[in-house]
Design a protein around this ligand. Sequence first.
Ligand code: SF4
Length: 218
Amino acid sequence: MLNLRLIEPVTVVEDSQLAGEIPYMATEDSSEQLENLASGIRRCVACRLHESRRLAVPGEGPAKAEIVVLGEGPGGKEDATGRPFVGPAGRFLDNLLQNQGIARDRLFITNCVKCRPPENRTPRRDELKTCTSLWLERQLELISPRIIVLLGQVAARQMLGETATVSKLHGTMLERDGRSYFVTYHPAAALRFDWIAATLREDFEALGKLLAHAPHSP
Ligand code: SF4
């Protein structure tokens, strides 16, 4: 059973924490702390995924990012470069962001697991649990973003619970445990299905409106 509060786009923004009430925890050395986490991720052997990776992909973006974009796990291009969302799905994501005027420097982009699963299979439950508790949770604590954008079912279930369903929750803001989430499909799915591409565009339009009502941090 999900214990979530659904937030209607735009109308609830004034009353929600999106209006700027969340204090930024980032300090002068938070970039350094984030980089320390990245160094740890690059050396991590805590789950079986390290065996087949070329490069771990810690994520990238500013320590004071307003928005964290969270995917499932690195693909082939990411594994080869050590950078998140640089393949075809990443280009689609870039296009979605550009269309809404959302600058990349407002984002920290990362994944639930930091190493590519073999053959791009779905990360297993134990891999997700290990990687999120070791690394993702610490990244989120440091960055303390206003909104976490969840791309796809794996990210949605990891953050919102096992019964979360993207087809029901997409395009909406939710709160859980003091964090604000926006759920949508994974851009990789948009490359296979036109209807998902169209839905993603609509969802990012809704996200753009939400962000327009949530002023930038000073
Ligand atoms: S997926 Fe995460 S926990 Fe597993 S080896 Fe990579 S960094 Fe470590």
